[in-house]
Design a protein around this ligand. Structure first.
Ligand code: FES
Length: 152
């Protein structure tokens, strides 16, 4: 008789213990997943080949495009002097994405009217620092555009 009672007690202890573990898991697992973000699939890169060719950029009415540079966003533009310029497109004020204003010959941030010249220098508005400049290389044979981090 005592043996049956011990078996029942063991079974109930196991059931309560298992239930407690399941309960704690269901509470803390979502918290853990929220606090620890999943690893990003994007890697840090130092050079990218743009998904469009020089001709497309030349024919683009805005004369500029936004592109992915690893985890960052870049902007490439064609100046009135037909020079290609590329920058990290993240505004140095509060991280909005900048755009090329061909009509004003500036790089402009719509969030707080931040302005940069075509060298990426902050010239008015709240941005505290210039944009990061990328180097641009065009393969003349294919029209492919390569953008890389500037060295030094
Ligand atoms: S985020 Fe660009 S000016 Fe504020």
């Amino acid at each position: 008789m005592d043996e049956i009672r011990d078996d029942r007690r063991n079974f109930l202890n196991w059931l309560i213990g298992g239930g407690l573990v399941a309960f704690l898991g269901s509470v803390f697992y979502p918290v853990y997943k929220y606090v620890i973000p999943p690893p990003s699939g994007e890697a840090n890169v130092s050079q990218v080949k743009l998904p469009f060719k020089l001709k497309e950029l030349q024919e683009d009415e805005k004369k500029s495009r936004i592109f992915k540079f690893g985890r960052n966003v870049g902007i490439i533009l064609l100046t009135p002097e037909n020079e290609l310029k590329a920058f990290n497109a993240v505004c140095t004020h509060l991280d909005c994405t900048v755009q090329y204003r061909k009509d004003l010959s500036i790089i402009w941030c719509a969030c707080h009217n931040g302005r940069y010249d075509l060298e990426g220098r902050n010239i008015s508005g709240p941005p505290p620092r210039p944009l990061t400049v990328y180097t641009v290389h065009v393969d003349n044979a294919t029209g492919d555009i390569f953008v890389a981090e500037a060295k030094g």
